[in-house]
Write a new protein. Structure first.
Length: 97
C-alpha cells in the first residue's frame, strides 16, 4: 500500500532548532527506507519565507500498521519535531524505473 504522510512541526520558539538537531538521524532513516524500497518521495514543507515547517512523504508499506511502526521510530517523532501527523492511503502514478 502507498501512503502520503503530511507532518507539521511544532511552532514553539525552539521548533526549528529541534528539527535541525534531529535532521541527520532522520535523513539516515530515510536512506534506510530508500534502500528497503519503502521511500518513494518526500521532503520538507516550507512556509512563504522558505522556513521548514513540516514534511511530506510518499511511502510504501504492506499495511498501515507497518507504516505506523516505522513512523513511531522516526527521530522527528521522538525528538518532538512533528506535532501533527496525517496519514492517508494514496495511489501514486507509476514511475518507470
Amino acid at each position: 500500500m502507498q501512503f502520503v504522510v503530511t507532518a507539521f512541526d511544532y511552532t514553539d520558539a525552539n521548533a526549528l532548532e529541534r528539527r535541525m538537531s534531529q535532521r541527520e538521524a532522520h535523513l539516515s532513516g530515510v536512506h534506510t527506507l530508500i534502500a528497503a524500497g519503502h521511500f518513494l518521495s518526500g521532503g520538507a514543507l516550507l512556509d512563504e519565507a522558505g522556513k521548514m515547517i513540516g514534511s511530506s512523504l510518499h511511502l510504501e508499506f504492506p499495511d498501515r500498521a507497518a507504516l505506523d511502526t516505522q513512523l513511531a521510530q522516526d527521530p522527528y517523532m521522538s525528538g518532538k519535531v512533528w506535532e501533527k501527523v496525517e496519514v492517508r492511503p494514496v495511489k501514486l502514478v507509476p514511475i518507470p524505473r
